[in-house]
Write a protein that binds this ligand. Structure first.
Ligand SMILES: Cc1cc2nc3c(=O)[nH]c(=O)nc-3n(C[C@H](O)[C@H](O)[C@H](O)COP(=O)(O)OP(=O)(O)OC[C@H]3O[C@@H](n4cnc5c(N)ncnc54)[C@H](O)[C@@H]3O)c2cc1C
Length: 291
């Protein structure tokens, strides 16, 4: 089959033009928002998108589901086909090399993948809706230019929030990012991190000012915009590249289900990330998030 990438964009001989693609994939904006149609009613383009991903999942992924489950690993070819077909940068704007579609399109894609393999769906979902969207919505221009094309085309991302003692109560996370001149030094461990076995970049929630935890507890008020680099209770998000010294990924957890999806602990041991610095943009990082 011709992949979604061809359907929507940029192969040498795309089936549809870019304009048509945006018409196909960004259609939810004009469909539901403008027409007020129910979510259960798909436009022709959305139906086409759903059918295209269904075909990809049935033909390319389904034959490998058992093998991937037994090997506890997503087949590299399957992962590549997600990239090749534009399914790893679904909402990434066109100018950053993505598909330029809507959140609704992401949901259609994840739903179709889930029909065949929940592990592949989880990988695609976490990558698109947590990592890529956070980067696209909150990253600065330099960060977006550096990471979004890679995330859309060949680099998997992980979202690192949970810790051994901070699950539902994510605000209690203990990972710290201590300021050290023009750098932050990150120390802590993250648990249950999807895609961490293969990720090239990690979005790491860490506390850049633990004193604010007490401040917020004492004052019991949500104060947003405490300062430029402090999120809620001091928690901020850092972009950490896999190859940075001090980053280590533990062996995969043995799970009962969605076993092909890599879920590991990730340790950050004195990982130095620099502040956004025009010269070494392979470091910081600050996406300000207010959890
Ligand atoms: C397969 C898998 C992949 C994951 N991938 C990621 C990832 O990519 N990135 C990431 O950051 N995290 C990830 N997680 C972690 C996930 O987000 C946490 O497991 C989740 O936040 C729950 O935390 P916990 O497991 O510590 O459970 P707990 O917080 O200990 O909760 C246990 C139970 O108690 C309930 N509970 C908790 N607090 C309350 C309360 N106040 N009142 C009533 N009930 C309560 C919960 O609903 C739950 O049923 C993943 C987890 C799994 C299993």
């Amino acid at each position: 089959m011709n992949g979604l990438r061809h359907l929507v964009t940029r192969g040498a001989a795309p089936l549809l033009s870019r304009r048509a693609v945006n018409g196909v994939l960004a259609t939810r904006k004009s469909h539901t928002v403008e027409t007020g149609a129910p979510l259960t009613h798909f436009t022709d383009e959305e139906t086409m998108l759903r059918d295209t991903v269904r075909k990809l999942a049935t033909e390319k992924i389904a034959p490998l589901v058992k093998k991937m489950d037994e090997e506890e690993k997503i087949d590299a070819g399957v992962l590549q086909s997600l990239f090749d077909n534009g399914l790893m940068g679904i909402e990434v704007p066109d100018e950053y090399g993505g598909t330029g579609a809507s959140f609704f399109s992401s949901m259609l894609v994840v739903e179709e993948l889930s029909r065949i393999d929940a592990s592949v769906a989880a990988a695609c979902d976490v990558h698109n809706t947590l990592v890529v969207n956070l980067m696209a919505q909150l990253g600065n221009e330099e960060q977006k230019k550096k990471y979004l094309p890679r995330l859309s085309q060949d680099m998997v991302g992980s979202f690192c929030l949970s810790e051994p003692l901070a699950g539902s109560d994510a605000f209690s996370l203990k990972t710290e990012a201590k300021k050290d001149g023009d750098h932050f030094v990150i120390n802590g461990s993250k648990m249950w991190i999807t895609n961490s076995d293969v990720a090239g970049v990690f979005l790491v929630m860490a506390n850049a000012d633990p004193s604010l935890v007490k401040f917020f507890q004492d004052n019991a008020v949500l104060i947003i915009n405490v300062s430029n680099f402090q999120g809620y209770r001091g928690i901020t998000c850092f972009i950490v590249d896999r190859e940075m010294p001090g980053v280590s990924v533990a062996p995969k957890e043995k799970k009962l289900g969605i076993r092909a999806s890599g879920t590991c602990m990730v340790h950050f041991d004195n990982v130095r990330v620099s502040k956004a610095n025009e010269k070494s943009c392979d470091t910081l990082n600050l996406l300000k998030i207010f959890l």
